[in-house]
Design a protein around this ligand. Structure first.
Ligand SMILES: Cc1cc2nc3c(=O)[nH]c(=O)nc-3n(C[C@H](O)[C@H](O)[C@H](O)COP(=O)(O)OP(=O)(O)OC[C@H]3O[C@@H](n4cnc5c(N)ncnc54)[C@H](O)[C@@H]3O)c2cc1C
Length: 486
C-alpha cells in the first residue's frame, strides 16, 4: 500500500464505512479519518474498548463495521480531525487557486502523533451532521444540552449527565433519546414536541413511503413502549420559552403554541429539571466541502445548506465526492447507500471500475436509495421546526454567538446602523458573530435566520459564514505541519 492513499474518506459513520468497504473491495487504497476513537459515526457509535454492554444501536452497526474492518486496503486514522481541504480551489497557500483536479487535493489532519497532510487522488467527505442549535433566553446555562449530546454521554460513556431530564424540540430523535435515558435509569420528566399531534397522522403517500423502512418504524414503536411503561408524559404543541437557574439549570418555562407555531399567551408553566435536552433537527456538516469549493444548495427541509452532487455523488469539484448527511439530513440507511454510490463513482474516476460494471452494481443500490429518500422526505416534512416558533423565542438579550458573546440585539443594532449589510459574512465582519472557536457551527442558523427576518432577504441571499480553516479547533502544530508541507 502506498504511503499516500488513493482515497481519503473523512468520517467513519454509515456513509464513510460503506464507501470505504466498497472502495477497498475493488482495489483502492483507502484511508479513513475520523475524530472519534472508534468507527461507527453518530448512530453506530461504539463504546470504548472494555465496555461490555453496547446498546442496541451500537449492535445494529456491527455488520457494516465488520465489513469495513475486514476489507483489505482500508486503513484507519482514528482520533484524528480533518481540519482543512486545500488545493481544490482555495487554501492557506494558494488562495487564487490553480485549476482544480485530482492529484491536487490536500487534506490537513491533526492526529495523536501530530499534524499530517494527506494527498489523495480522490476525497470522499462523509462528515455527517450536528444538532441544530436553537437559542432562547437561558440556553447557555450549564445543563442545557442537545439531545444528540445527551445521547453521546449515554452511548459513548454509559454516563447520565444529570438526574431529572426534560426533552424538547421537534425531531423524532427525542423519543429515541428519552427511551435510552429511561433504559439507563434516568428520570425523564417530560418529552415536549412543538408540533401538534395531527402531524403524526399518516396519509396514503406516507404509508407508501414507510414501505421498506420497517426498521425505523419499529425503533420508534419500541421507544414509545419504553416511555409508556415508564409513564413519561409526551406533550405536543409545547415549546421551551426560557431556561432558569443561578449557576446551572433548575427549571424551564414551557408554553403552548397554536397550530401555526405561534406562542399562546397564558399557557406558561414552570417545570423543574437539571438537564434540558433539545432536539430540533440536524445541520449538515458542509464545512470541509465548502472549503474545497463544492457548490451547495439551500434545502430547508433537509437541514439547510447541503452539498450539491450528481447521481454518482460527485460534487462540483473534480475528485471530491460526498455521501450521508451532508447531502441532506435523511438518516443512516440513506447515508449507507449513498456511501456505496460515492465509492462506485470514485472507482470509475480512478480507473478501477468501468462504467458498465459500475452501473450494474449501482442499480440495486439506487432502488434502495429511492425508497429511503421517500421515507426520509415523509418524516422530515412532518417534523420540520416551525420558523414562527423558533424566531419568537429570541429576545434582544439572548446570546446567539456563544464564542464571541454576541447578542441578538447586537446584530439587530448592526443591521439598523448599516442598512447595506445583508449577508452572513458582512454581519460577521461587523459584529464578530461566527468568528469564534466553533467557526459559527452553533450560531450560523440563528444569525442567518435573524438577518433574513430583519432585512427581508431570502436565505440564499444571506448565505452562510465562509468555512475558514481550521474547521475545528486544532493545536498550532497541525497548522505548522501544513506549512512545512507546502
Ligand atoms: C448527535 C447525533 C445523534 C444521532 N442519533 C440518532 C439516533 O439515535 N437514531 C437515528 O436513527 N439517527 C440518529 N442520528 C442521525 C444519524 O446518526 C445519521 O443519520 C447517520 O449517522 C448519518 O450517517 P453519516 O455517515 O452521514 O454521518 P455520521 O454517522 O454522523 O458520521 C460522521 C462521522 O464523521 C466524523 N467527522 C465529522 N467531521 C470530521 C472531521 N472534520 N474530521 C474527522 N472526522 C470527522 C464524525 O466523528 C463521525 O464519526 C444522530 C445524529 C447526530 C448528529
Amino acid at each position: 500500500m502506498n504511503e499516500q492513499p488513493d482515497v481519503v474518506v473523512v468520517g467513519a459513520g454509515p456513509a464513510g464505512l460503506a464507501a470505504a468497504a466498497t472502495l477497498g473491495r475493488h482495489g483502492a487504497d483507502v484511508l479513513v479519518v475520523d475524530e472519534q476513537q472508534r468507527p461507527g459515526g453518530q448512530i453506530y457509535r461504539q463504546p470504548p474498548a472494555g465496555f461490555t454492554r453496547p446498546g442496541r444501536q451500537a449492535k445494529a452497526g456491527r455488520a457494516l463495521l465488520a465489513e469495513a474492518e475486514s476489507t483489505p486496503n482500508v486503513r484507519w486514522l482514528p482520533d484524528s480531525t480533518a481540519w482543512g481541504v486545500f488545493g481544490t480551489r482555495a487554501g492557506l497557500d494558494d488562495y487564487a487557486g490553480p485549476a482544480p483536479g485530482p492529484g491536487r487535493i490536500r487534506v490537513g489532519v491533526h492526529t495523536p502523533d501530530g499534524g499530517r497532510v494527506l494527498e489523495p487522488s480522490a476525497l470522499v467527505l462523509t462528515a455527517g451532521a450536528y444538532d441544530l442549535p436553537v437559542p432562547f433566553p437561558g440556553w447557555t446555562l450549564p445543563g442545557v444540552l442537545t439531545a444528540g449530546g445527551v445521547q453521546t454521554f449515554v452511548k459513548a460513556q454509559g454516563l447520565l449527565p444529570g438526574h431529572r431530564f426534560v426533552l424538547a424540540g421537534g425531531h423524532p430523535l427525542l423519543l429515541v433519546v428519552a427511551a435510552q435515558l429511561v433504559d439507563a435509569g434516568a428520570r425523564v420528566v417530560e418529552v415536549a414536541f412543538s408540533q401538534h399531534p395531527r402531524v403524526l397522522l399518516p396519509g396514503p403517500r406516507d404509508l407508501l413511503a414507510a414501505f421498506g423502512s420497517a426498521g425505523k418504524l419499529a425503533e420508534g414503536a419500541a421507544a414509545l413502549r419504553t416511555l409508556r411503561r415508564a409513564r413519561v408524559p409526551i406533550r405536543f404543541g409545547t415549546v421551551i420559552r426560557s431556561a432558569h437557574g443561578d449557576d446551572a439549570l433548575d427549571s424551564v418555562n414551557m408554553s403552548r403554541v397554536d397550530s401555526g407555531g405561534v406562542l399562546m399567551p397564558g399557557t406558561e408553566r414552570i417545570v423543574g429539571c437539571d438537564v434540558l435536552a433539545l432536539g430540533y433537527g440536524f445541520v449538515p456538516s458542509t464545512e470541509l466541502a465548502r472549503q474545497a469549493g463544492c457548490a451547495v444548495d439551500w434545502r430547508p427541509g433537509e437541514g439547510g445548506w447541503v452539498v450539491a452532487h450528481d447521481a454518482w455523488m460527485r460534487t462540483s469539484v473534480p475528485g471530491v465526492s460526498v455521501a450521508g448527511e451532508l447531502t441532506g439530513v435523511a438518516g443512516a440507511e440513506q447515508a449507507e447507500v449513498e456511501g456505496r454510490l460515492a465509492a462506485y463513482g470514485t472507482l470509475q474516476a480512478l480507473g478501477l471500475l468501468d462504467a458498465d460494471r459500475a452501473s450494474a452494481l449501482a442499480r440495486p443500490v439506487r432502488r434502495v436509495l429511492a425508497r429511503r429518500r421517500r421515507f426520509a422526505a415523509a418524516v422530515l416534512s412532518r417534523f420540520a421546526p416551525a420558523p414562527a416558533t423558533l424566531g419568537a423565542l429570541v429576545t434582544d438579550e439572548t446570546v446567539l454567538c456563544r464564542c464571541e458573546e454576541v447578542r441578538a440585539g447586537d446584530i439587530r443594532q448592526a443591521l439598523a446602523e448599516h442598512p447595506h449589510l445583508g449577508t452572513a459574512n458582512a454581519v460577521k465582519l461587523v459584529t464578530r458573530a461566527g468568528m469564534g472557536l466553533c467557526q459559527g457551527r452553533s450560531c450560523a442558523p440563528a444569525v442567518c435566520g435573524l438577518i433574513a427576518a430583519q432585512t427581508g432577504r431570502t436565505p440564499e441571499q444571506v448565505g452562510t459564514f465562509t468555512a475558514q480553516p481550521p474547521v475545528k479547533p486544532v493545536p498550532l502544530d497541525a497548522l505548522a505541519a501544513a506549512e512545512r508541507h507546502a
